[in-house]
Design a protein around this ligand. Sequence first.
Ligand code: ADP
Ligand code: 5GP
Length: 207
Amino acid sequence: MSSSGAILESSPSHAKGRIFIVSAPSGAGKTTLCQAIRRHFPDMLYSVSHTTRPPRPGEIQGTDYHFIGKEEFIHLIDSGNWAEWAEVHGNYYGTSASFLDQGLEAGKDILLDIDVQGMLKILKKYPSSITVFIRPPSLETLRDRLESRGTDKPDIIETRMINAKKEMAQAHRYRHVIVNDDLELATRELILLIDSYRQNRPITRNP
Ligand code: ADP
Ligand code: 5GP
């Protein structure tokens, strides 16, 4: 992969804007980091996913997710609405194709917070997407964060831990990996990384 940034500009499918994909095992701090990115780069678009999962306390319809019913989600699969969709932890999640295409066409950079399966599907359609994997410092820390977040029942936490191990084994598929140990440092690292692409001087990728 080029480190000059030229590849970003030469892709005919989305020459006008860039897609940044951030993935992480649940509880690693992806939402927290993506919120910081949204505040730091207010001109970037954030792809608000659709999900059939019920909202957690404090989540806002249309801001955190578009919360929809299963029937509607399936109808939207049939009508080709999704750039990608996946079943995660027993719920459906999808990324709107028209949102991505219209944003890119308008020259906007777009942030996506999606899982590994979603990243692979987006990368097929938009090969110059910039992929970032957020790692927790350890699985123990991940469990602590899930428990202290207090939003998931113990059985759900167990499912998330099993998935986390599988997801962490996929980190090598990402162009960049950031360890979210100290939140402030990880936030700064992610901001610098995104900014480097936006300035057309991408920093070194995941070896
Ligand atoms: P995700 O979106 O990946 O599931 P969250 O952003 O919801 O994760 O973070 C999970 C929990 O861990 C939240 O309570 C959050 O405040 C906390 N958290 C995130 N990053 C850190 C960090 N670096 N150190 C300690 N706690 C963190
Ligand atoms: P949560 O329910 O904790 O918000 O998200 C669970 C997982 O679903 C996370 O890994 C998150 O990145 C992923 N996710 C959120 N939106 C989408 C989406 O639109 N597509 C895919 N494939 N995954 C998503």
